[in-house]
Design a protein around this ligand. Sequence first.
Ligand code: ATP
Length: 537
Amino acid sequence: MSVYKLANLIRARFPMIYVTTFEEDRVTKYIKSVVTDEKQVKYPREVFTWAQTTGLYNNTTDKKITDTDAPCKALDFIRKYDKDAVFILYDFHTNFGVKNRQPDYNVIRKIRDIVPDLKLGTVRKTIFFVSPELLIPESLQKEITIYDFPLPTLEEIKNKFNSMIQQNARVANELNEEEKDKLCKAALGLTLQEAESAFALAMVNDGKINISDLSVILEEKVQVIKKTGILEFIRSDYSINDIGGLDNLKNWLLKRNNSWSEKAKKYCIPAPKGVLVTGIPGCGKSLTAKAMSTIWQLPLLKLDFGKVFSGLVGSSEENMRRALATAEAVAPSILWIDEIEKGLSGLGSNGDSGVSSRIFGQFLTWMQEKESPVFVIATANNINSLPPELLRKGRFDEIFFVDLPTLDERKEIFKLHLERRLKDKNVASEIVTVPNLCEELAKMTEGFIGSEIEQVVVSSLCDAFFENRPLRFDDLAKNIQTTVPLSTTQREQILAIRAWANVRAVSATKKSNLDKYAKVIDDNNVSSSRGGRTLDF
Ligand code: ATP
């Protein structure tokens, strides 16, 4: 992937540049602006465009070049052309072999024949391949450079919005500058055309545009991001108060809030890269990712690593590239990679001809070099399949381990789930009279994970509902007794994860809480050891 400026690639006589985008118009305008600017490229070039349906067209002289519809004929013309020029070829990848269509070896050979001329000829010529899909035949891989064309900036989106407002005088604009900014920011991550459609939808709704249209834009964005098939836009209303315990992890996150602000720059704080949260299933890892988006007030994008590799949608490399580009376009943002180990299970095996290793490498490089404020939260249950490169110091800012909740944490989790559901006075009438209710329940649930505690509350309420009466302590006690906790059925696995975490991770639970916990543990129980180094943030 190229990290160089487009003008530099052109000046350095890179023969062929591949741009993957749906935005033909925008990229064409951009290439034109670069290659016709003396300051950028020194020798301005003419601009030709080509599509199978139209043949070559000289945009500089406004002339169609006859008999160039066929790819080979277009390439012949390019080879013979004797003035400095760039040739933007749309959808040329179809000649490189797409579904149900073999590669056209004549075309590929002809391209290879042109390369020396493009590199060393006296006339400066560059070919651009512009396609929504990235597809480069093996034999051309050394000659073609991939150029990452970013999604529109806030500035570009604002310009589009302003021109739409001007063109649609009948639409009442009820936005002040701050609100307009918010609306345009909400459209980040969309192509210019998608942003235009979202704004148009917001305008035609009721003939006016105001801040209540934010939901229309966000809904459009949710749909567009969903279409990628790999990313999901998560709307979360969980707050920090919805997480019981895990104080150490929560403090760490709270301290890094606003790390990208101007104020933080004064303290020379490096922008946080991300955290890896590992641990026992059902103990609040996903909950933390969702709450983080609310705490930091940043959009949360969930990346399904498994789908990147599955080949169900597009090529794996392209999927990854697009997902990371979208996360960057909506930055500052949080990229949540749930169950990261699942996506990495193919690493090291020969079954996928190295695709997994390439994608993983692509991801690590991005993590290392990313400059845009995208914070990564990766969650993992099965730490055995995590490759050591991912855990190397400096990759993530911190690796946290979420263990079985301590007594105090269980007390908090019970309190949270009971309070959330006991809103009706009649349903709550009996249970509220029980002294030290949550403490008692916490004592009875040693070894329970958060989701099991939640399930105890839900099942007990179902029992009470079925009998049309208030919730009773006995309902909770009975459901606790009938639950066989994961810590019993998966004792060995939990002990193994802890041993791993002791060396590599920091406990998500606060140290003071663990000290108290140590006094109540029973040596024969799975709770007698804890995972993760104790270090308070
Ligand atoms: P998995 O890896 O299996 O997805 P997880 O660690 O991500 O597990 P969550 O999905 O966050 O677990 O938790 C499942 C549910 O259990 C949550 O929606 C929440 O209701 C409850 N829960 C778990 N841990 C906590 C906690 N610490 N505080 C409050 N609720 C919790």
